[in-house]
Design a protein. Structure first.
Length: 323
């Protein structure tokens, strides 16, 4: 008989392709065998350890969980170092880091089913990663994601180019930040903080506000890299690089200003049009951007695991039904 399940958490440092350090958190269950692995890709202006509660829940279900800080992110960085991918090829370097972390967890837990979860910016990184490595996961969850109008993306990238030309790639552009996030709180007026759009739970919003590794202003270079990545993954030929039979869950809150109902439906339909027939759309009424930090986070966590376990027959082929 297995002992009661607990969680073993460790922080490790992996060497990236350029010899740089990648800060990684690994959570694994104790008292039971690992049934599957979960790799989490966090969003913009946050960090991996914000997913600890979710990771501990996943370990209670028999998953091993790994998450890393993207370039220019993480609680270990000095404030002045936050918000910049790289001076050159930043988007690709972010994807290369994802690969290094994945290779580590595959070596530690070989031959197990692999679930990849990306939130917000992490959902765009996840899609780009699978386009480059089609066999890299057995199921994919896109949280707080959207399919943004392409004209909006091109205009945003053009604005980033102007900021780079006027200043530098490292310039922390308040203008670009306002362009991206300025309208997010409008539907929640009168807003208590600048980040009420993240969650209906004021405790979670305050945790974000008081975390010095969250809410920073990204660089013009990061915006240029990110918007370029969004343009690339939105192309029909790019979507076709993702295996058609890959189980995909698109999930988020109806009141998420990043995409919300309309943005998630556009993303869902784009996958349908590209021939993907194992895509599930799950929208939570009234939810905002961070459903894992919402007032119904427990429901959301259970729903993700039930979906991964093949509750709707979507992910049975991946082996998650063993969990």
């Amino acid at each position: 008989m297995n002992e009661p399940r607990g969680t073993l958490h460790e922080s490790i440092s992996l060497a990236g392709k350029e010899g740089h350090a990648i800060n990684v958190s690994l959570w694994q269950p104790t008292g039971t065998n690992v049934q599957a692995t979960v790799q989490i890709l966090h969003g913009l202006a946050e960090h991996a350890d914000r997913y600890q509660r979710f990771a501990e829940f996943l370990t209670s279900q028999g998953f091993a969980v790994i998450a890393h800080d993207h370039r220019g992110h993480g609680a270990t960085l000095e404030p002045k170092a936050l918000g910049h991918f790289a001076d050159k090829d930043g988007w690709q370097k972010v994807l290369d880091d994802v690969r290094q972390v994945q290779l580590h967890i595959d070596k530690k837990f070989p031959s197990l089913p692999r679930l990849l979860i990306g939130h917000s910016m992490g959902s765009y990184i996840a899609q780009a990663f699978i386009m480059q490595h089609p066999d890299a996961c057995d199921a994919l969850v896109l949280s707080g994601s959207t399919a943004a109008p392409r004209l909006q993306l091109y205009l945003g990238r053009f604005a980033a180019r102007i900021e780079i030309w006027r200043h530098s790639k490292q310039h922390r552009s308040t203008a670009l930040n306002a362009q991206a996030f300025g309208a997010y709180n409008k539907r929640f007026a009168p807003a208590r903080t600048d980040f009420d759009w993240l969650s209906r739970d004021p405790v979670e919003v305050d945790r974000y506000v008081n975390d010095r590794a969250c809410g920073f202003v990204p660089s013009a270079g990061l915006w240029h890299d990110l918007l370029g990545g969004l343009i690339a993954i939105g192309k029909k030929k790019s979507l076709r690089k993702i295996p058609e039979d890959l189980p995909i869950l698109i999930t988020g809150g109806s009141d998420d200003p990043v995409g919300g109902r309309a943005g998630m439906q556009r993303l869902y339909k784009s996958y349908q049009r590209s021939g993907h027939d194992h895509v599930t759309l799950k929208i939570y009424e009234g939810g905002r951007h961070e459903m894992l930090n919402e007032i119904n986070y427990d429901e959301v966590m259970h729903d993700i695991v039930r979906w991964a376990a093949g509750e709707h027959g979507r992910a049975v082929r991946s082996g998650f039904s063993r969990v």
